[in-house]
Design a protein around this ligand. Sequence first.
Ligand SMILES: [Zn+2]
Length: 304
Amino acid sequence: MNAPACRACGSRRTTLRGTRRGRTRPTEFSFHDCADCGLLFVEPFAGFALYDDAYYRGQGPDPFVDYETEYRDWRATDRRLELADLHRLAAAHLRRQAGTGPVRWLDFGCGAGALLKYLRDQRTIGGRPLELAGHDVGSYADLLRDRDGFRILDLEQIATEPAGTFDIVSMIEVIEHLPAPLDPVRAIARLLRPGGLLLLTTGNLDCPVARRQGLDFAYCVPEIHVSLFNPAALGWLYRAAGLEPRNVRYRGALHFKVLKNLRFRPGLRFAARALLALPPVVRLIDGLYGVSAMPCAVKPSASS
Ligand SMILES: [Zn+2]
């Protein structure tokens, strides 16, 4: 069998790392490393049809998905810790920029809308009013547009929106679901104004835990996580789209990731909450999972 072409850079210099059965389907999926850009990609792509209502209830390959609660009452979910962290990181970036007037923020892959709702509640960032837009497909995107009045862009609007529209674009745990990950990052790079920030999170396949566990790493769910990155591969993707990697240090997002994974273990959650109050514990977890090692990106100013 010929080596499959890399789904980010198109290179044929790809090698089979291993195979793993799907979590909810018996298919044997193969994981391929790209020698040129560093992407680890999954074949075959299981398609987008599995993102149905059962998936959004946590009955698909990811038991931690709970769109219903997140849509209805995001304040009751652990995600609020991550949302506040993203707001903090964006505010810190904006403080270093000259700028007045509204801050335009696009949440690409807005899901059940928790980040949009959080930002709407905040109303401002760094003293400037927030203007919000989201992008997603499916029933929750319709609800956010029709019932909640958010501006939800479809892919056609993403392609035709004027260049340089947004100060901040967030893409939270989205890119690993996309079989052709360069296309959306190029679209986002076009939409960012010079100096604008892309806040992107995805798992780090080069972190100590992943290196130890190999394809048994919990993030390797081949039905849904089809494009897997490490810091170098993500840096390659940004540069290919005309962006510059920029590291940030996460805090609340780390708390969220730990508590989310303990959702069904209340005793451990209680202990984790106490431990997460200790900064060295947070730094240890950040090191083990390589969360802050995964860069975000900035659109260079025209002169630089
Ligand atoms: Zn590649």
